[in-house]
Each structure stands twice: as C-alpha cells, then as structure tokens.
Design a protein around this ligand. Structure first.
Ligand SMILES: Nc1ncnc2c1ncn2[C@@H]1O[C@H](COP(=O)(O)OP(=O)(O)OP(=O)(O)O)[C@@H](O)[C@H]1O
Ligand SMILES: [Mg+2]
Length: 437
C-alpha cells in the first residue's frame, strides 16, 4: 500500500468516526425497553406546550414509526390556550398539556379544561414539579398520567401506549352497528354518510366494515375497488392481527378506512355466530370509531353483533312492515342489552310522492323512541351521490341531509343527545290547543 492510499484510508476512517459521533448526538439514547413499545393506534392527539424543549419532544415522537397511525398537532401555549381552543372546537382522543405553573394554577386550569372536554377525551399532563401529592391530585381528577419534564420521546410514546395498548386498557373504539328494519331502506347509506361525517367533523379516525359480503355497496359508495377486505379478514382468524388488518383496509378519506365486502358470488357466505368476533375486537383496539354496516337479517351473527355493539342504529321507512319489524328489533335488543342505551331510530326515505306513510310522530310513539333523524326521500341527490361514489356532504355540504348525518354522528359518538326540534312536538301542541278549547 503506498503512503497516499494509506492517508486516504485514514482520512475516511476519521470521517466515519466523526459521522458516528454526530449521529449519536442527533439520536437520543434508545432505552432497552423502547423495543417493547407498541404502535399507538389511530388516535387524534393535540399537545399544548409552553416550552420549546417539550414541543420538540412531542414533534419528534410524532415522527416516530410507532406513532405513524396517530394524528398529532402541536400548539403553543399551555392549559389556557387549550381552554380557549376547545371552547369552539371538538376535543381529540388525547390532549397533552405542558404546564409551567404552580400546582394550584395547574389544577384550576384543568378544571376549566374539563368543562369544555367531550366525554372520552383523555389528558396527559407534563409538568415541571416533581411532587407525589400533585400526581395523586391529578389522577384523582381524571388526568390519565403526569410526566415530569424533561421527558424523552420514548417516555411519551410509552405513556400514550399504556393508555390504549395495554391489555388492561379500556378498548379505544366505540362500535356502532347500523341495520335496516327491512331490506333496502337505506341503512348502508346512513352508515356510510355517518362514518364520513365523524371522520370529517371530529377529525377522528373511523374504520367502516361492510358486513354484507355478497352485495355490500360501501366500495361503490366511496368509489373504491380494493382487491381484499372483510372476506380475507374473517377467513383466516388465526392469522388476523393489526398488521394484516392494516393491509386489508383501503383509505376512503383523510381519516376514514374501509374494510370492503367482496361483493362477488363466487362462493356462498355462511357465517357462524362468532365469525366477526375477533375482527370487531381488533378494529376497536385500533380506531376510536368502528362502523359496522350490517345487512338486513336476523341470524345468529346478526343478533350477536347487534347485542354487543356500543350503539345500534335502526333505519326504517315509514310503513307498517317497517314499524312491526322495528318494534320487534327494539324490544328484543332492549332485552338483550338491558344496561345499554336503547337503539337509535332513523326514519329514512320519508315523503315518497303518492305513498301513504305513517306519520313520524305516530311511528316513534309506537316504538317509544324519538327519531335521531328524519331524512326526506330525495332520489336526485341520493341517486347522484351513489352514482358518483360520493357522500351527501361531499356533494353538497349545505344539503339538509348532510346536517342530519352530522347530528347523527354527534349522537352515536356520545358527543350529544338528541335535540328535539321544537316544531315537531305535535302531541304537546295538540294537547295545549285542546285545553284552550
Ligand atoms: N333518503 C333517501 N332518498 C332517496 N334514496 C335513498 C335515500 N336513502 C337511501 N336511498 C337509496 O336507497 C337505496 C337502498 O339503500 P341502501 O343500500 O343503503 O339500503 P340498505 O338498507 O343498506 O339495504 P340492505 O338491507 O340490502 O343492506 C340506494 O339506492 C340508496 O341510494
Ligand atoms: Mg345495506
């Protein structure tokens, strides 16, 4: 080896050592237990940071592969900025608050924050005071975790993960099952529009599963033609895990993923009672809202899914057969789930020209339920949306039905109860008029 080549080699080695040193400076030390950190599910996280150090850590954590499915936004300002922000915006799944204030100021701020938080939103606080009694106070007030700054990204990812990924954590997702009182009444149309509306209005992830394997229309309605979907998910339950599910989902909108039906008749679809169990469980571990589009029917798996969902939405048209079926379904479901909210009722395709219809008030009185939405029959708008593979709100966000789907998404995600429109209280009005006369 001549001396020139030797110098070149030495120079190269020096450069490699420098590079390694620089890399070490840039990348934080990876703690041994970081390899066990689980990926964070599809949640929306907003952080309100007071110091640049914590804001940088949250930003770095957000770019980590374990947070790839979460949506993270970092804001400047601590709890006061959060209170201000959520006065007019829906709250995400998780709020991270950094606080530089003393314990008294922090607790007071958090109390005011709780007033503007939607049910189900969790809060992690990053403080600068290492104080066990403060930690206890915070946990007692419903704060999920308290971390003392400075924190590293693995601590933060670990804290978030333990809220959602641990076996003893509450399931993340709310399952909302949609079914029709009769075939073809628009249950799927309502399910798809509500799924879209939740993702859009609350910027919260939604997974929609089309369980009508032979004839499902979710793919058509969202203009998607995926090669795989729900059939693959249920045909090899032993292989089904988070990674496989991610592969089977297709993206319909920014925060809406679809598990499409094959809609092919190559094979018959005979499900057992528990066919969908592990799929539903997996979906609800991975996303805050899981929409189950169930075809009309009453076999053992229909009953099982409807009995175990967090919310059931029954769509019906205003005729006698729908009323009878809806009444049977409501009564049976109330028996099967005595400690849950009653099924929600949507009256759809109301006002078909020349069709004799049961009035909305009479229909709901017979069921003993208020309707969450009464959607007019509008073949032009619904037909065009279906043909174009669009949702109603996408086609025309000012269409009255788009507002109804938004209202419905508020109710089924637990953000609001039904607001009874004043004009619809016909029974009350009649009784007042009769008293006067
Ligand atoms: N409010 C409405 N006005 C006019 N047409 C509507 C309305 N709602 C739904 N439709 C249309 O009714 C048809 C049936 O709807 P959809 O497929 O959603 O019914 P379904 O209840 O899911 O049926 P299945 O029982 O087979 O699952 C579709 O063509 C849809 O576009
Ligand atoms: Mg359907």
């Amino acid at each position: 080896m001549n001396s020139l080549a030797f110098e070149d080699m030495a120079e190269e080695t020096r450069r490699a050592v420098d590079e390694a040193d620089r890399f070490e400076e840039l990348s934080p030390a990876v703690p041994a237990d970081a390899v066990d950190l689980k990926p964070v599910p599809r949640i929306a996280i907003q952080a309100f940071c007071e110091s640049d150090g914590v804001a940088d850590t949250v930003e770095t954590a957000a770019r980590d592969r374990r947070m790839a499915k979460a949506h993270v936004k970092v804001h400047k300002g601590g709890v006061a900025a959060a209170i201000d922000f959520y006065g007019s915006a829906p709250t995400p799944n998780l709020i991270v608050i950094e606080s530089l204030s003393d314990p008294g100021g922090l607790l007071e701020g958090l109390e005011r924050l709780a007033e503007v938080c939607d049910a189900g939103t969790k809060v992690i606080v990053i403080g600068h005071v290492n104080d066990v009694s403060l930690y206890r106070d915070l946990i007692q007030r419903g704060v999920s975790d308290y971390l003392v700054a400075p924190i590293d990204l693995f601590q933060l990812i670990g804290a978030i993960g333990s809220l959602y990924v641990n076996p003893d954590a509450d399931p993340l997702g709310r399952t909302i099952a949609f079914v029709g009182a009769k075939g073809g009444v628009g249950a799927s149309t309502v399910a798809h529009n509500v799924a879209w509306s939740i993702a859009r209005t609350y910027e919260s992830d939604v997974v929609l599963a089309d369980l009508d394997l032979a004839f499902g229309t979710a793919g058509l309605d969202f203009n998607q033609d995926p090669l795989q979907g729900v059939y693959e998910a249920i045909s090899s339950p032993e292989r089904l895990d988070e990674v496989m599910l991610d592969r089977l989902l297709s993206k319909c909108a920014e925060q809406l993923s679809l598990l499409a039906a094959p809609a092919s008749l190559e094979r018959p679809y005979d499900h057992s009672e528990s066919t969908f169990d592990s799929l539903v469980e997996l979906m609800r571990q991975g996303a805050p809202a899981v929409i189950l589009d169930i075809p009309h029917g009453w076999s053992s798996w229909h009953r099982r899914l409807l009995a175990s969902a967090d919310e059931v939405v029954i769509t019906a048209e205003p005729d006698l057969a729908n009323l009878r079926n809806a009444k049977n379904m409501v009564d049976t479901l109330k028996q099967l789930r005595p400690n849950d909210v009653a099924p929600r009722l949507v009256l759809n395709r109301v006002g078909v020209p020349k069709r004799p219809e049961i009035k909305a008030g009479e229909f709901t009185d017979a069921l003993g339920l208020d309707a969450v939405a009464v959607i007019p029959f509008d073949p032009l708008v619904f037909g065009t949306a279906a043909n174009n593979g669009q949702m109603i709100g996408e086609q025309d966000e000012r269409h009255p039905s788009a507002a109804l789907f938004e209202q419905l998404s508020q109710v089924v995600t637990g953000r609001a109860e039904i607001q009874k429109p004043k004009g619809l209280d016909l029974a009350g009005l009649m009784s007042r008029l009769l008293k006067k006369g």
